[in-house]
Design a protein around this ligand. Structure first.
Ligand code: AGP
Length: 612
């Protein structure tokens, strides 16, 4: 949510900032702005409502803003409507402090009143303006310089923030601070970069510093210094990013989402490669000893959105294979409920970004309640990765499209590996079956690639239903988990209302919404539940539904019921989600394209939700 960039060096900052923002537009795109300054001159500010291209046009690609030091922002509105006034950067009246912010200042109203009493006036509805005027207030009150003013501000504000600030009296420097919102600093020779996420600076440097929680940074061209909240300087080692720069490009595809859908076999292959050694799952990756696995009493899987749907699928797999009770919780609910956790509870937090505010808060709650924690995370060095007791990195690479595809697929692999390992250690799986299951996992990338070969048929079908009003996705067990993700994909990028239902539950109310021509997608990959789901599909057909069946090769009698059928290769039913989801991702993609929508940046959404 919201993207921040910054640059200090010997080149013109504005074009570099615009380039960086274009890589962060997935984080928010309702307005954008730049603040640039040359030497000790005035800070120049330009803001624009709408997509980044409006700002780029307004500044002629950054050419109209001269200066070698600057900050930029792309916004996902929280406080205040999307408008030029509310767009960042914000500034004090005398431009003594200019800044950009990602996150939410929870006590901004109270602070605003206090500042108003001391004479500050406000031009925007944002919490950001309050934060930087508070910095200005402390700067003038204590006269201790920017680090001191920022530290005082951090102790006064509640909420989450990544801040990048420029001070009139400190030319050539940018100050950053962070709590619970991501921020990295890139170092490249005589240049220093700031970004919310790695892709923004990958073109310039691979050497990054992760700004820690409650830390402050003082940056100038080629120099970085970090401080804790007590203003003591702290030593920080840089990390090297080993991502391929091309991974953050579209690579010939029209949209990132389509590219990422096609990257799934490779991402799954890479992730499997990290887990499987000598035909076995390398038990070390989850960080738990065999004794700890044997002692586990319960598992919680906690996440948001698609990552939550991974948890729903994993629940069926882990309970069935390993015999451990699993509860799947939405992070936003988990964090506020009475938690009955202990050291024999494993809380697994799943997150692509590793920065989702609710998931991070849930992780902290779990730790506070004494549970062991494991993060399944894609973004290296992210907050969840750093704070969980153990972390498993999915190797999806940078995921840019707001709608997740390849990260979801790699998270599933982590869940399968966990289930198999737990089943083996707890004596629930014979050696032969274990080895056969691991071998089956290795077949998934090829099978996923085969599903992708069928995409033209799905494109044709999606075009037929591009103007659908409602779509229902139904399935039982693991197929219900697939349905949930298929439905979310459809909603988020095509804006078609859809619902996922446990197939047997539809008749308890929702079936009343089915009318002539309503599309019902029945997911049928689980042999034990096949007949049951077919019956539920028939119940909708007799009420006028148009049926799409999604099943495995061999189940050809589904065509007696379904009007249109998509087949995926056979696999162990526990792993079927990995294959069945691909046609549904494609279907959502093609419906979105047919409706002329912005597939990669759907309205109202942002890639990583760093606010509550
Ligand atoms: C899925 O397509 C969504 N964009 C969204 O539901 C996402 O999965 C959710 O916000 C969780 O994000 P995370 O994996 O980065 O924590």
């Amino acid at each position: 949510m919201c993207g921040i960039v910054g640059y200090i060096g010997n080149r013109q900052a504005a074009p570099i900032l615009l380039e960086g923002l274009s890589r962060l537009e997935y984080r928010g795109y309702d307005s954008a702005g730049l603040a640039v300054r040359s030497g000790s001159g005035e800070v120049e500010l330009v803001k624009a409502k709408g997509r980044l291209k409006v700002l780029a046009e307004k500044t002629n690609g950054g050419q109209t803003l001269r200066g070698e030091c600057g900050i930029g922002h792309t916004r996902w509105a929280t406080h205040g409507e999307p408008s030029e006034t509310n767009a960042h950067p914000h500034a004090t009246e005398d431009r003594g402090v200019v800044g950009v912010h990602n996150g939410i200042i929870e006590n901004y109203k109270e602070l605003k009143e206090v500042l108003q009493h001391t004479g500050y006036r406000f031009y925007s509805q944002t919490d950001t303006e309050v934060a930087l005027k508070l910095v200005d207030y402390y700067l003038k009150k204590y006269k201790g310089g920017p680090i001191d003013a920022i530290a005082h501000t951090m102790m006064r504000i509640r909420g989450s923030y990544a801040l990048a600030l420029m001070f009139r009296d400190y030319p050539g420097e940018i100050f950053v601070a962070r709590k619970d919102s991501p921020l990295i600093v890139g170092a490249g020779g005589d240049e220093t970069f700031i970004a919310s996420d790695v892709p923004a600076i990958l073109k310039y440097t691979r050497t990054v510093y992760y700004v820690g929680n409650m830390e402050i940074g003082r940056l100038s061209a080629g120099q970085v210094h970090f401080y804790n909240i007590d203003q003591d300087e702290i030593a920080k080692e840089p990390a090297e990013i080993d991502w391929d720069a091309e991974a953050a490009e579209k690579g010939g595809f029209e949209h990132f989402m389509m590219k990422e859908i096609h990257e799934q076999p490779r991402a799954v292959q890479d992730t499997l490669g990290a887990i499987i050694k000598d035909d076995r799952i390398d038990a070390g990756w989850m960080g738990l000893t065999e004794e700890e696995i044997r002692e586990l009493r319960q598992i919680y899987m906690v996440a948001c959105g698609s990552a939550y749907h991974v948890g729903v699928a994993a629940q069926y797999v882990i309970e069935d294979l390993a015999g451990i009770p699993v509860r799947v919780e939405l992070a936003s609910e988990f964090r506020y409920r009475t938690l009955l956790l202990d050291t024999d509870t494993l809380v697994i937090v799943i997150s692509q970004s590793g920065e989702t505010a609710d998931s991070l808060a849930a992780l902290r709650e779990a730790k506070e309640h004494g549970a062991r924690t494991l993060g399944i995370v894609n973004v290296v060095g992210s907050s969840i990765a750093r704070e969980a007791d153990h972390v498993f990195y999915t190797l999806a690479g940078p995921e840019i499209a707001v709608a997740t595809t390849k990260a979801y697929s790699t998270q599933l692999i982590a869940a399968y590996a966990l289930a198999l390992e737990m089943a083996r250690v707890r004596g629930r799986m014979e050696e032969d079956r274990y080895l056969a299951s691991v071998a089956e996992l290795r077949t998934l990338p090829d099978k996923m690639a085969r599903v992708l070969e069928d995409k033209e048929r799905i494109q044709w079908f999606a075009a037929k239903f591009a103007s659908a009003k409602d779509i229902f996705f139904i399935g039982r067990g693991i197929d219900y988990a697939v349905s949930m993700e298929g439905s979310l994909k459809m909603k988020e990028i095509s804006y078609v209302h859809s619902e996922a239902y446990a197939a047997g539950e539809l008749k308890h109310g929702t079936i009343s919404l089915v009318e002539d021509g309503t599309l019902v997608v029945g997911v049928l990959t689980q042999p034990a539940l096949y007949e049951k789901t077919v019956s539920n599909m028939l119940e909708t057909k007799t009420r006028g539904a148009y049926l799409m069946g999604l099943t495995s090769y061999g189940n050809y009698n589904v065509e007696d019921t379904a009007d249109f059928t998509v087949y995926v290769p056979r696999t162990d039913p526990h792993f079927a989600t990995s294959l069945a989801i691909i046609p549904l991702q494609l279907m959502a993609y093609y419906v979105s394209v047919a409706r002329g929508l912005d597939v990669d940046k759907p309205r109202n959404l942002a890639k990583s939700v760093t606010v509550e």
